[in-house]
Design a protein around this ligand. Structure first.
Ligand code: ZN
Length: 244
């Protein structure tokens, strides 16, 4: 079985279309999303429609929850807050309802999905160190769990030969068969922050026990234009070119 995993999309339609095209070419059987479908970008409705069209399994991110009013956006920076307000004003009740209904986590046959952490996902904590990853690695019910939130690809693992130590790798081709538990941050589809502006997504081939984090060029100019035209803060367009 092949899963295609979408990192934080953030209403970036061109990036989402590019990632889905690549997944289609790779003949994935199911599409997963780690959440933050909306916020920052200017095509929230179109991105939701596309995910529904491909039957994606989607969990809730902090920007999704802020746009529905479920999460206080007081701790967001000014640009993120402006985008939350714009998104709320843009979405219809139908889309808001879809976002509200998203689960916090998903458990599938071969993997689990959450936005920030698997342990207490409603807190939307960041995994920035092996210590941050431990509570989630401890409770994993499948050998692989996909997360997003930081927009930076990284994999934290408990290797078979050293199950008590949490290791990490920045490799983009991960042998998850080597590990008892792998927590894979797949990067961000719509707003990469690892100084590589290309869209990021992953493919998990369960037969090969491998996860590949892939990058593709997409039409950043078009998406930046859309953001500026919408009257969103221009920094949200500019950062796409830099991958920050
Ligand atoms: Zn995000």
């Amino acid at each position: 079985m092949k899963y295609g995993i979408l990192g934080d999309i953030h209403a970036n339609l061109s990036a989402l279309q590019t990632a889905l095209d690549q997944m289609d070419r790779a003949q994935v059987d199911a599409v997963l999303s780690v959440g933050d479908v909306v916020g920052y970008g200017a095509a929230p409705k179109e991105c939701i429609d596309l995910l529904r069209e491909v039957g994606a399994i989607v969990v809730k991110g902090n920007h999704d929850a802020a746009c529905t009013g479920e999460l206080d956006d007081r701790h967001f920076n000014a640009y993120a807050r402006a985008a939350v307000k714009w998104t709320r004003d843009t979405l219809t009740l139908k889309e808001i309802h879809w976002l509200v209904e998203l689960p916090m986590t998903a458990t599938l046959e071969h993997c689990q999905v959450s936005h920030g952490t698997l342990y207490r996902p409603e807190l939307f904590d960041y995994i920035m160190s092996t210590t941050d990853a431990d509570p989630s690695l401890d409770i994993m019910e499948r050998p692989v769990c996909f997360v997003g939130h930081s927009h930076v690809p990284i994999t934290l693992m408990r290797l078979r030969e050293e199950p008590d130590r949490t290791a990490y790798t920045l490799d983009d081709d991960i042998d998850v068969g080597e590990a008892r538990a792998s927590l894979v941050n797949v990067g961000s589809v719509g707003q990469p922050r690892d100084e590589d502006p290309r869209t990021a997504y992953a493919i998990y081939d369960t037969d090969a026990a491998r996860v590949q984090v892939l990058r593709s060029e997409y039409d950043i100019e078009l998406e930046a234009h859309r953001i500026r035209d919408a009257g969103l803060p221009t920094v949200l367009a500019d950062r796409l070119f830099l991958g920050v």
